[in-house]
Design a binder for this molecule. Structure first.
Ligand code: PLP
Length: 393
């Protein structure tokens, strides 16, 4: 049996996988089993933030694995403490941190904080946005404002309602509302950045009504948008920020950062794996690498180059795209329809450049934050070849 056939035989059919197996990588370049090299504009959906085969991260992982990986949260874990301190400092918030293992788990933690915060006032409703994505657990599926995710798995927990957009949130607030959870740039929902003034007005209004603002920065966070968190770009101080994807460069981790430092008390929440030596050591090194890039101005230059190439590309292929959108290294080409988007993604694979699907007929790109100018240019050259065979409208 081929690897593809074995995959189909032994794994549940939850993913429409391509028959393509990568075996190694370096930076933003991945090599598949036959030796062909691909330019990776996806970073494993925003996870491989410091690139593939990163020697510094590998060194941290081997050293930590050779020493101690896991002792449980019954004992002090020095890198967990160091990482929490770093996240609090980088966020600029007077906050504390809880660690889990994934984005969905981070959002579950945020939802639990909101529920407990509202307990004494009898409030439990959380408002989220249409086209949002918050995860795959039963609660975070319900928090996700897309009806298609609510098929098959009822009954869901009560207490979630959806707003069409930021302005609609005000209309959805009831005496039971305890929190609003939003992405500042919807990753799955089309890479559309929210309006800064609207976000600031919402944050101020929620604060005045004692409604928590939870910002799901699982995709936008960890320098993806050019700052440590997108909340900084928006000039807001959320009550809860969730992080995951790029935080440990590929090692599973999730984090809840909250200014509501006293809501959880002993026994309210926990995780077996969350915050262990291996994942937190990985996150510390990942943050060191990314912070150096940020502080030296290298990240800003990469953002500038990538966004310029995106804009040029959309203009050069105006038969297929109406423009480009996004923040930092979270970007998308706006295809004229879903059929064009699907063709572009498929043809891009044929030309050995990886790009991602997104809502609103958009082709999403989340390259490693360490991608080089040469890799960016090569990726767009390949994307150009991919688009040359697609009929414009
Ligand atoms: C990926 C993502 C999640 C879910 O993260 P998992 O690690 O897959 O559970 C939640 N919210 C946003 C915005 C995401 O991009």
């Amino acid at each position: 049996m081929t690897l593809f056939e074995q995959d189909s035989e032994y794994l549940l059919h939850t993913y429409a996988r391509r028959n393509l197996a990568f075996v190694s990588g370096r930076g933003a370049t991945l090599r598949e089993a036959g030796g062909e090299e691909y330019i990776d504009f996806t970073a494993g959906i925003g996870v491989a933030s410091v690139g593939h085969g990163n020697a510094r991260l590998a060194q941290t992982l081997t050293a930590q694995a050779s020493s101690v990986m896991h002792t449980s949260n019954l004992y002090l874990i020095a890198p967990q403490v160091a990482l929490a301190k770093k996240l609090v400092e980088l966020s600029g918030l007077d906050a504390r941190v809880f660690f889990g293992n994934s984005g969905a788990e981070a959002n579950e933690g945020a939802i639990k904080i909101a529920r407990k915060y509202g307990e004494t006032s009898g409030r439990y409703e959380i408002i989220t946005l249409d086209n949002s994505f918050h995860g795959r657990t039963i609660a975070t599926l319900k928090a996700t404002g897309q009806a298609k995710f609510h098929d098959h798995f009822a009954p869901f927990p009560d207490g979630f309602c959806y707003a069409e957009n930021l302005a609609d949130i005000y209309r959805k607030i009831t005496p039971k509302t305890v929190a609003v959870m939003i992405e500042l740039v919807q990753g799955e929902g089309g890479v559309q950045a929210q309006d800064k003034t609207e976000v600031q007005q919402l944050a101020a209004e929620l604060k005045s009504r004692d409604i928590l603002l939870i910002v799901d920065e699982i995709q936008t966070g960890v320098f993806r948008t050019g700052e440590f968190v997108a909340s900084t770009i928006y000039g807001i101080q959320p009550d809860v920020i969730t992080l995951a994807k790029g935080l440990a460069g590929g090692v599973p981790i999730g984090a809840v950062i909250t200014t509501k430092k006293e809501v959880f008390s002993y026994g309210d929440h926990g995780s077996t794996f969350g915050g262990n030596f291996l994942s937190t050591a990985a996150a510390i090194t990942t943050l060191e690498i990314l912070h150096e890039q940020y502080a030296s101005g290298a990240l800003a230059q990469t953002v500038q180059h990538f966004s310029r190439r995106c804009a040029e590309f959309a203009a050069q292929h105006s038969g297929l795209f109406t423009g480009e959108t996004g923040l930092g290294l979270m970007r998308a080409l706006k295809a004229k329809n879903d059929d064009i988007k699907t063709q572009v993604i498929s043809q891009a694979h044929n030309e050995r450049v990886l790009v991602l699907n997104s809502g609103r007929s958009r082709v999403r790109m989340l390259p490693p934050l360490t991608i080089t100018v040469a890799e960016i240019d090569e990726g767009f050259a390949r994307l150009g070849k991919a688009c040359s065979g697609i009929d414009a409208i």
